[in-house]
Design a protein around this ligand. Structure first.
Ligand SMILES: [Zn+2]
Ligand SMILES: [Zn+2]
Length: 183
């Protein structure tokens, strides 16, 4: 098993199942890293801006190391299977977008509605080339500030600690967002 096969297996474990969406995320991430000439992100140097919140995002998170928790994964709710990847050290970014109709191939249409068809489709997609699946474009790097560490303030209502930038002042007292909405 080579490195990329191992990564694919691990992404399936991470996501929970192999599906066409996951395949798209995996392919998109691998291609973007190849285009940018970068490795999986250990820190925040690589970042991804995703335009969807479906299975594909898990493939992107696992393969690129750009994760919600690390703060180098950004979500734009555009409902497109598309993502922009950039590297802070290199002044480069690439956007990949799913090509409409790319998976309407004879091979895929033959298995799509069979039992277990989704997984078969996903496997076929893993073997397709990035050029068959995506439209690629060099884009200006997205301007995203590096993550800041903020101090915490305790909410007057519930007593829970809240990051200072999420505090809502009410009657001169600090409140968390849920408490401010209840008031
Ligand atoms: Zn899935
Ligand atoms: Zn509160």
């Amino acid at each position: 098993m080579n490195d990329s096969n191992a990564l694919i297996e691990q992404s399936i474990t991470f996501h929970g199942h192999l599906c066409p969406g996951l395949s798209l995320g995996i392919k998109m991430a691998m291609r973007a890293m190849e285009l940018l000439g970068v490795e999986r992100a250990r820190d925040e140097e690589l970042l991804a801006v995703v335009e969807m919140d479906n299975c594909a995002v898990d493939g992107i998170q696992y393969i690129t190391g750009c994760t919600f928790g690390k703060g180098n994964l950004f979500f734009r709710d555009y409902g497109k299977v598309a993502a922009t990847f950039s590297h802070r050290g290199k002044n480069a970014a690439v956007r990949l977008c799913f090509k409409p109709g790319a998976t309407d191939t004879e091979e895929i249409n033959r298995v799509r509605d069979e039992p277990g068809g989704k997984e078969e489709v996903a496997k076929i997609m893993l073997n397709m080339s990035a050029g068959e699946l995506f439209v690629e474009k060099d884009v200006p790097p997205p301007e995203i500030p590096t993550a800041q560490i903020h101090s915490s303030i305790v909410c007057t209502s519930c007593g829970e600690a809240v990051m200072e930038t999420r505090i809502v002042e009410m009657g001169g007292n600090p409140h968390c967002i849920p408490c401010s909405e209840k008031a």
